[in-house]
Design a protein. Structure first.
Length: 288
């Protein structure tokens, strides 16, 4: 029993010694404790530093002399570069440098002509190009002859079709014999069906000619030109009757070719014999 107690005490003492030894080593490391090997290296380094200090104790004149010698050695090692022959002189192109005033004006004039001709050409092509959709300048299917005559009566003797810029009026059957001696086959095709298609533009100066419900004539408000219901000239400064369109009738339906304008009849043409049926809307037409 006593031996056991003594053993426990000894083991406790050894553990305490080991613990305090480890604690001391940690404290030494914390405060910068140097090992033996480190102290030996420091002593060797201090000896070499002293030698270097002695070697460095050289006068400034010697240092400068050594630097001059080093520069001379470097300069002898340089290789002189060979000089390249000069490049041949080439005169500059005047077109690249600039243009003078005359060249500028010539090019401006030529450019203006080119732009103008391009615009004119585009306009001509657009005017002559066939239109793929309906409207003025194309063939327009107006409708059946019976529908057209009904519209003419409902609108007071004059049916207007804005898509074709045209007036459509009735042509009397009793005037066909005289009409065949004056008008072309493309005009007679519609007249024989009882209608005529007239261009809305006055042949004097191009004003749009309205109808006059009281006189049953076309009377131009611009200069007083007057035409009867089928577009034959009656008074005013107009040089002929109203221009008209080529017509065709197929299956009882009227088709008007607004791309084909036929010149109006000459002054004095009066196939229908129609006179004014009431007061004129434009006074003084006969004085022009």
């Amino acid at each position: 029993m006593t031996v056991i107690v003594i053993g426990v005490v000894v083991i406790g003492l050894l553990a305490a010694v080991a613990f305090f030894g480890a604690l001391r080593r940690r404290e030494d490391q914390t405060v910068g404790y140097l090992s033996r090997e480190t102290r030996q290296r420091d002593r060797a380094s201090s000896r070499s530093t002293g030698a270097e200090v002695e070697a460095a104790a050289v006068s400034g004149r010697e240092v400068e002399k050594q630097a001059v010698l080093a520069r001379r050695e470097d300069s002898t090692a340089l290789v002189k570069a060979e000089t390249a022959p000069p490049a041949p002189w080439v005169p500059p192109d005047p077109e690249i440098l600039a243009v003078n005033r005359r060249q500028f004006l010539n090019r401006s004039i030529v450019g203006s002509f080119a732009v103008g001709l391009s615009g004119f050409g585009a306009g001509v092509i657009a005017f002559l190009w066939p239109q793929s959709s309906g409207g003025f300048g194309s063939k327009i299917r107006v409708g059946s002859i019976s529908e057209i005559k009904t519209k003419i009566q409902q609108e007071g003797g004059f049916a207007y079709y804005p898509e074709g810029r045209m007036w459509v009026t009735e042509y009397p059957e009793g005037a066909l014999e005289k009409a065949r001696a004056v008008y072309s086959p493309s005009e007679l095709a519609g007249m024989e069906a009882g209608v005529v298609a007239l261009y809305q533009k006055c042949v004097h100066l191009g004003c749009r000619v309205p109808s006059c419900e009281t006189s049953q004539w076309f009377e131009c408000p611009c200069h007083g030109s007057q035409y009867n219901r089928v577009g034959e000239k009656k008074a005013g400064p107009a040089p002929r009757g109203l221009d008209r369109f080529a017509m065709s009738v197929t299956g009882g339906a009227l088709t008007v070719d607004t791309g084909l304008i036929i010149q109006g009849p000459a002054i004095g043409t009066n196939t229908t014999g129609q006179e004014a049926e009431g007061p004129h809307c434009i006074t003084g037409g006969g004085e022009h």
